[in-house]
Structure formats: structure tokens, C-alpha cells
Ligand binder design. Structure first.
Ligand code: GLV
Length: 309
């Protein structure tokens, strides 16, 4: 079996060595645009070059080194019937849950004000938190959204969630489909986006949507930048409808130096780090799936090409 690694890591042996250890039956290659055609059975990719699909014509499946496959789906050269597998959790959902919790607590526990007080040498106690003042609404209930929801619910925040289809989740009120988006938004103050980017979710979070949130809203985007209309968020911030936003993903990454988000008082920016791909668990997951697929066993995480995730 031939496995091709094409993820643009300057040190690919960090990946290929443990892949060989866990999958001794495979010959493992690193993508080389000038090398011979490998005729690989499987490719492990992140933002792969289009030439890969022009040259490697016998791929049985490709494994994405991330949960979001929007970049892959946008490649016109991606063969329409090729099996695409996304990363499932692999340590990402815990990272996402703690990132979202951290951003929420910054707001709900007045952390910024206490930091400022420390700078001033001021000992002043603010009124205690009332959790009912901080109803959270999570968009997207994949593995990541579910972990965020259950983490916040376990800390007694009121948690609602909205997804395309109906879900049952302990302690979380769930809404489904476009028909229930309005009721979901009107009970949400802290909006968390964990949705995959598809045609249905592109530009979904716009001014009309933000206007339906409870007053002093908080927006936390850990999904994809293209789901958020950035100028609409700026308008909602400037009008006070949204009090603050924590953004980890952007329409253009790296975020351009002159982007207003960098310097906006109400905006916290992080460079797409809310959930990093963790090498060890990722390699373990992918090599296990390659072995299962090669043996004809079913694997999870296969992308529904029509749905886009
Ligand atoms: C990162 O953005 C991922 O899709 O895993």
C-alpha cells in the first residue's frame, strides 16, 4: 500500500516516521511536485496542491488533517467520487470547548475590568455572575459543537443549540433548520459558531441575524471566517447591539494588517488556534482508518459530498 503525505509541513518526517511505525505495511511518500508519480492509494493532505489530483489518479481515499473540508471541496480538480475523510475530534473538541469557555468567562466574569483594576492598583469587587444573564447559543452540533455545548452546560450556563437537523443533547435545548433559527437567536446572548463552511453557511451571520440576538451580545467565531459578514459585525459592534466578539477565523488569513478587527476595542483576535491539529492523535486516527479502509471495513468521518461536510 502506498501512502502520500501532502501537507506542506517543512518537516514532513515528523509525520511520516510515526505513520510508518503505526502502518508498517505502507510505503510512505512525501509529496514532491518534481518527483515521479507515486501512484498512491491514500493521501494525507492539508491544503494540497491541485497538481496532486492531476498526477495521482488511483487514490482510494484522502484524509484531511483538519475537521473542516471546505478548502478541499472548493478545489475544482477534486474527483467527484473520491472518498474524502475529515478529522474527527482528535483532541480538537476539548481545545475548542476551553477556548470558547475562556472567551465567555472573559465577558461573564468581567475579567478585562479586573485586569485594568490591577494596572490601577484598585481592589473593587463587581457584582456576582448571574448565569441566566448569559444564555449561550451554539450554531452547529457536530462533535465540536456538542463538546462546547456540554462543557458550558456542565457549568450551569443556559445552553441552546441550533443545527440543520434535530439533535438530542442532555441539558441543551436544541433548535433545527431555518424555521427555528429566529426562536434560537432570540434566546441567545452569546453566539458561538462551530458550523462547517458550506454554501448554506456562507455569509450566514450577517447584520439581520446579529440584530435578533439579545442585547449586549457576544459573538465567538471558531468555525470559519466566511460564515461571518465582517462589515456587518463591525456595524453591530459600533451600534452596540454586539458588545464584544472573539474571533479565531477570518475571511482572509492571516488577517490583513490594516483590518479594523486588529484595533477594535470590542474585538479579540487569535490566529486560527482555537483547536490545533494534534499530531499524535491525528496520526493514530488516520492510520487506523487507512488500515480499516484497505481491509474493506467501514470508516467514520467520510464526507457527504452533496452536503459538503
Ligand atoms: C481547522 O480549521 C480544521 O478544520 O481542523
Amino acid at each position: 500500500m502506498k501512502v502520500l503525505f501532502a501537507a506542506g509541513d517543512p518537516k514532513p518526517e515528523r509525520w511520516t516516521k510515526p505513520i510508518k511505525t503505526l502502518l508498517p505495511e505502507a510505503d510512505v511518500y512525501v509529496w514532491d511536485p518534481n518527483g515521479p508519480v507515486v501512484d498512491a492509494d491514500y493521501a494525507i493532505v492539508w491544503q494540497p496542491p491541485t497538481a496532486l489530483f492531476e498526477r495521482e489518479k488511483n487514490l482510494k481515499a484522502i484524509f484531511n488533517l483538519g475537521a473542516g473540508v471546505d478548502g478541499l471541496m472548493a478545489l475544482p480538480v477534486l474527483p467527484p467520487t473520491l472518498t474524502v475523510v475529515r478529522l474527527e475530534d482528535a483532541g480538537m473538541s476539548a481545545q475548542m470547548a476551553e477556548y470558547v469557555l475562556h472567551q465567555l468567562v472573559e465577558a461573564s466574569r468581567d475579567m478585562e475590568a479586573y485586569r485594568e483594576q490591577q494596572r490601577q492598583g484598585t481592589w473593587k469587587i463587581h457584582r456576582p455572575i448571574r448565569r441566566n444573564d448569559w444564555p449561550v447559543g451554539i450554531m452547529g452540533l457536530g462533535q465540536i459543537g456538542q463538546r462546547v455545548a456540554s462543557t458550558l452546560a456542565a457549568l450551569d450556563y443556559p445552553v441552546n443549540a441550533w443545527a440543520r437537523g434535530k439533535h438530542d443533547l442532555d441539558g441543551v435545548h436544541t433548535y433545527a433548520g431555518t424555521g427555528e433559527l429566529g426562536p434560537f437567536l432570540s434566546t441567545t446572548r452569546v453566539l458561538v459558531n462551530t458550523l462547517p463552511l458550506t454554501e448554506a453557511t456562507r455569509d450566514l451571520i450577517d447584520y439581520p441575524l446579529l440584530s435578533q440576538l439579545l442585547p449586549d451580545a457576544v459573538v465567538i467565531n471558531v468555525g470559519r471566517g466566511e460564515s461571518l459578514v465582517e462589515e456587518d459585525l463591525l456595524r453591530a459592534l459600533d451600534e452596540g447591539q454586539v458588545a464584544r466578539a472573539s474571533l479565531d477565523v477570518f475571511r482572509e488569513e492571516p488577517l490583513p494588517a490594516d483590518h479594523p478587527f486588529w484595533r477594535h476595542r470590542g474585538v479579540t483576535v487569535t490566529p486560527h488556534i482555537s483547536a490545533r491539529t494534534l499530531r499524535e492523535s491525528t496520526i493514530e486516527q488516520i492510520t487506523g482508518k487507512i488500515r480499516a479502509h484497505a481491509a474493506g471495513r467501514p470508516i467514520s468521518g467520510v464526507v457527504d459530498r452533496a452536503r459538503g461536510y
